[in-house]
Design a binder for this molecule. Structure first.
Ligand code: ME8
Length: 515
């Protein structure tokens, strides 16, 4: 048996009814940062994202665009793929639900549920929201302005009556509650877990899992008048990607159950109620965690196409820089909470943390070494207590970060890291190496050695959130071993390593002029 540690993380697969926006970039970014963190920690990682291409919503959008559905899906899906490159996402796979391997997996899961007696034929009469691709009970509906009925999300609903297959969701109430209560951290954050629990405790109705009034989807095995409900189709992608239904497959054995299904709070019910119930019914292990993060607004307003305030991630990257966008999205808001995007705070926060923070410290340190130490990392003398205390802080921050990352508390992990940037600023300001050149050159060399070592460690630790700029920084310092096992004493900077004239990697941004 290999002692390789495996880690499987997934994003929601995004509907192709519309082009990607900042919300989609956000969820995938969170997964990317965690995937990179785990890889650097020595894990074998499977990081999955992709597109959800079936169902009535996508079919309607294709019709409205007057493009055949498959071609429509190909076009929009490729935009999501482009987003992955533009954002420097390190996903191992990009799955599409229109792929054959996926259709096979869903049909296999369906047949399994049927054989185990959890699917029956009947007819559905009730409310459906195409925008949410969700069925709602009468008691969940709210009243709109003209007293029309709306989904709790504000989406329009329509009355649907049609023959349908049902999944016996009602049989899983007790098992679901037991799962929430006994599997620590299975649904996070805790406030969301409470929402899910009270929904389940309120009583579960059987779930309609097929539709007959449109055709864009996976046919039900043995009755192709029925198209599978898009959520049973979509959720199964997490299994398809690792080879299901071949459960002897190496990927399946290594990666199931998933470590984290990352989702937005809007789709928690599907992931924390329906999905585990399907898995329980099929006798498959349950994911270790479903984490539902919060919602971004734009300058205080809900992001919506009709308000015309959708934030385009491609535009943002072009106007600023990729790593500043990555930094801001993931450090600005406590992960799990809602966040507001404002250009003012984007510019202020990234200038403070990047250009004036790590960027300034690295630039000062490396240019002093370049100028005053013959362009080489100097040989340090004896360390003082201050030197040791500063290095110890750096050497030990990974443990603290890991604990936070394992709880998806990205903001706390990066707070801990940026505390070390502040400590580095404090160190260089109190040691004043620029004054030591004449007074005590040997001490100057020791201080500068420690500063360069700090730049090395900080750059290694920042790689998950800002991979490009950290790579440039480490290149400048000829550091080739970049895994977390190189942190601390093991990978200490070697005296004599060439330090060329440094180039800044964190530009300062100006606020756009008021119109
Ligand atoms: O729900 N703030 O796809 P979807 C933060 N296909 N995150 C946001 C956001 C915002 N304003 N807007 C969107 C679906 N998101 C299904 C999923 S999974 C088996 C099927 C993110 O295209 C967030 O992750 O509507 C949310 O859950 C997801 O996009 C919804 O994407």
């Amino acid at each position: 048996m290999s002692d390789q540690k495996n880690f499987y993380i997934t994003t929601p697969i995004y509907y192709v009814n519309d082009v990607p926006h900042i919300g989609h970039a956000y969820t995938t970014l969170a997964c990317d940062v965690l995937a990179r963190f785990k890889r650097l920690s020595g894990y074998n990682v499977m990081f999955l994202t992709g597109t959800d291409e079936h169902g009535q919503k996508v079919e309607k959008s294709a019709l409205a665009a007057e493009i055949p559905p498959q071609e429509f899906c190909d076009n929009v899906s490729s935009r999501f793929n482009e987003l992955a490159s533009a954002m420097n996402f390190s996903n191992d796979q990009f799955i599409r639900t229109t792929e054959d391997r996926h259709k096979k997996a869903v049909q296999h899961l369906w047949k399994t549920l049927e054989e185990k007696g959890f699917i029956y034929a009947d007819s559905y009469a009730g409310w459906y929201s195409v925008r949410d691709e969700a069925f709602y009970a009468e008691k969940e509906l709210i009243e709109g302005e003209g007293s029309e009925k709306l989904a709790p999300t504000g989406a329009p609903v329509e009355w649907v009556e049609e023959p349908s297959y049902f999944f016996k969701l009602s049989a899983f109430e007790d098992q679901l509650i037991e799962w929430y209560e006994t599997s620590e951290g299975a649904v996070q954050p805790k406030s969301r877990l409470n929402e899910v629990k009270s929904f389940v405790k309120g009583g579960l109705e059987d779930l309609s899992i097929s539709r007959t009034t449109f055709s864009w989807g996976v046919p039900v095995p043995g009755n192709d008048k029925h198209i599978m409900y898009v959520w049973i189709d979509a959720l199964t992608n997490y299994l398809t990607a690792i080879g299901y239904p071949d459960m002897e497959n190496e990927d399946y054995k290594a990666f199931w159950p998933a470590d984290v299904h990352m989702v937005g709070k809007d789709i928690l019910r599907f992931h924390a109620v329906y999905w585990p119930a399907f898995l329980m019914a099929a006798d498959l292990p349950l994911p270790k965690r479903v984490f539902a993060h919060g919602w971004w607004t734009n300058e205080g307003q809900k992001i919506s196409k009709s308000l015309g305030n959708v934030i385009d991630p491609f535009e943002l990257i072009d106007s600023y820089s990729l790593d500043a966008v990555r930094y801001f999205l993931l450090h600005e808001v406590p992960f799990g909470n809602d966040g507001d995007f404002s250009r003012q705070s984007f510019v202020n926060r990234s200038n403070a943390a990047l250009a004036n923070g790590i960027g300034n410290f690295a630039q000062r340190s490396l240019s002093m070494v370049h100028k005053n130490c013959d362009g080489k990392v100097p040989q340090p003398g004896e360390f003082t207590d201050e030197d040791k205390a500063f290095l110890e802080g750096l050497d030990s921050v990974l443990a603290e970060m890991t604990e936070h990352m394992d709880n998806q508390a990205f903001h706390k992990a990066f707070d801990a890291l940026w505390k070390q940037v502040t400590a580095a600023d404090g160190y260089i300001s109190t040691q004043e190496p620029w004054k030591l050149k004449k007074a005590d050159p040997q001490r100057m060399e020791t201080v500068l050695y420690i500063c360069v070592e700090a730049v090395r460690q900080l750059s290694i630790l920042m790689q998950p959130i800002m991979p490009d700029s950290c790579a440039k920084m480490l290149d400048q310092m000829s550091v080739s071993e970049r895994g977390f096992d190189q942190l601390g004493v093991k990978g200490r900077m070697q005296a004599g390593t060439a330090i060329p004239k440094p180039e800044g990697v964190y530009p300062r941004f100006e606020l756009p002029a008021e119109e």
